[in-house]
Design a binder for this molecule. Structure first.
Ligand SMILES: [Mg+2]
Length: 197
């Protein structure tokens, strides 16, 4: 299968560095402070907030942590059976894509393609069998435009109201029981049914 793995806040904890770059009034914030998809834009203004997010990748890419400790091994495992594309939505801002790819290589995360989606379209228009993402609006868009595809939503406070058909995951390894045939899957928790929607 072709799998679209989102980058920001699914594989990479971009916010950790971005909050420091936004300014003193954002320093110390965590993902738990992000209460909605629009929160950052409304709290800091679009220019400041997005500048922090993109400059995390142009200035300090290797300081961005992985979103959870299972990320690297999970993508490696998925890549044994599937075609992995990193599919990331971002503006055409110089150096962002390079920083993200540098981060992927630094962590040894395998992928076949790095795909940038502009801000005026949706990943749902692309031809993938599986999407793994944190964006709360993606499930309903994929359900509508690519109804045979499966969606996994990486849990964050800001996406808990997401509607549509999807499976909620709390760490990347939670996708493995759904996508790989491996009875001795050490990375996955036995109980992953709590967030199914
Ligand atoms: Mg994301």
């Amino acid at each position: 299968m072709k799998i679209a793995l989102d980058h920001d806040s699914t594989l990479a904890a971009t916010g950790v560095v971005a909050f420091e770059l936004i300014g003193d009034d954002a320093a110390g914030l965590t993902y738990e402070n992000v209460e909605s998809w629009e929160w950052g834009l409304e709290t800091f203004g679009a220019a400041r907030y997005l500048s922090g997010m993109w400059h995390a990748w142009t200035l300090r890419p290797l300081e961005v942590p992985v979103m959870d400790e299972s990320v690297v091994e999970t993508v490696r495992r998925l890549a044994e059976d599937h075609e992995i594309h990193i599919v990331t939505s971002q503006p055409d801002h110089m150096g962002v894509a390079e920083g993200k790819e540098q981060w992927l290589q630094h962590h040894g995360i395998p992928y076949e393609k790095f795909v940038v989606v502009g801000p005026d379209t949706t990943k749902a228009f692309l031809d993938y069998d599986v999407y793994v993402d944190d964006k709360p609006y993606l499930p309903e868009r994929v359900n509508r435009w690519n109804p045979d595809a499966r969606v996994f939503v990486r849990d964050h406070r800001y996406n808990r109201e997401a509607v549509g058909e999807y499976v909620r995951i709390h760490k990347l390894a939670d996708v493995l029981p759904h996508l790989v045939d491996d009875e001795e899957n050490e990375l996955a928790l036995a109980d992953d049914g709590n967030g199914d929607c």
